[in-house]
Design a protein around this ligand. Sequence first.
Ligand code: NAP
Ligand code: MG
Length: 484
Amino acid sequence: MTDNTFEYAPAPESRAIVDIKPSYGLFINGEFVDGNGRAFKTINPATEEVLAEVAEADDADVDAAVRAARRAYTRVWSRMSGAERAKYLYRIARIIQERGRELAVLESIDNGKPIKESRDVDVPIVAAHFFYYAGWADKLQYSGYGSTPLGVAGQVIPWNFPLLMLAWKIAPALACGNTVVLKPAETTPLTALLFAEICQQADLPPGVVNIVTGAGETGRAIVSHPDVDKVAFTGSTEVGKAIARAVAGSDKKVTLELGGKAANIVFDDAPLDQAVEGIVNGIFFNQGHVCCAGSRLLVQESVAEEVMSRLKRRMATLRVGDPLDKNTDVGAINSAEQLSKIRELSEVGESEGAERWSAPCDLPSNGYWFAPTVFTGVSQAHRIAREEIFGPVLSVLTFRTPSEAVEKANNTPFGLSAGVWTDKGSRILSMANRLRAGVVWANTFNKFDPTSPFGGYKESGYGREGGRHGLEGYLKNTEKGANS
Ligand code: NAP
Ligand code: MG
């Protein structure tokens, strides 16, 4: 025990509220079906306990899901008025709120994220997303993008925000009158399957939402299916590029939300304690498994030493451990594979000459864990400054002038997000104009709101999710000048 920490009694959230079944089928045409019979296991990354066996969809299963989605689109969903569709979306949103604790506990068990995040961030924003897009369903004529749906949307999502990414995909698609076939990530399928039950509970017409579980091959089968009109993907830039190639030359409309390597820029006039909280939130929220994580700290040279000493003191107080404990700040790394990627890139950082410091904390013996870590003395050419680590690892660079900060911040193949910490409003505005990033936060970080569009520049992808702009990817754009 160091001077600035003290013992806490464990405060675990009960998992009695969730009912995890030994095995799950595919959700096609409103019911759970066996599919081809192949299955894979999903585990709790904090304990390595096997949670359930989940069906692995092959091409024929994906085809059955797409056909169900097409039938539901043609016969029911595209014929229904926007006001009627909204009723279903509102109902789903309310059930998500009612079953919020169950969803949060299940998300933390399957993903490894702290319960205080799944409970206070993920699930409330998921419900908010359904409420928000329910409101658009009968007002599409005012969207600026027309009001004609595309048809069947094939959607593939990653494991870092399983339920939230599902909401970002399904809510706007349904509001616009499309039907969907969605694949959750292999390591985090359980909340998507619980969402399937919620669709049943909401009496959503069969086939409007289909959930097919599986790994990369299942995803490939969805995006390349000839009867899918729209592909929406969130994940790595590498797979995003493969998908862009796979759909090139087809009529499919595509949106890609890919990786990031955000600069979090701290000027010397920033309130430093708040900035330190923002740095911690920027990189240690959700174990750093965040596409828009503030993984490159750019700190003005004159305050660099002070910021680093306050940051390390704060990092030493982060509680790493049981995701279900309400005190936990940093949970488990999502998979053994991701842990080995984080370890590998951190070793590269050391061999490239950066200085590594990890928060002193006892890590549990089972499961996948990585102590909050910061690298100082990082240069722009280092791999840890260029590549996405997607874990609780921060690279620190310094700058002297605002122009140097902009130049360093933009020196990346990505362009998803950035943060600016300063007391001057005029500087916030001028920085926001010069930073090539889809989202720029000022004196805050990692804030998400369904009314606000989110998306990237450059290798971070194209298209926007959230807000009015998020409708564009799900409508036949029949209006002139609709891109404004
Ligand atoms: P990933 O490996 O690209 O996987 C994403 C999803 O695609 C998973 O469901 C995956 O299946 C599936 N998949 C894999 N290969 C495929 C293929 N050839 N065709 C179709 N689907 C395929 O990414 P990840 O490692 O899970 O997620 C982390 C990445 O997501 C990071 O780079 C992060 O920045 C990015 N991300 C971006 C945003 C954003 O909004 N921009 C948000 C969150 C995450 P399995 O994994 O099940 O095998
Ligand atoms: Mg899991």
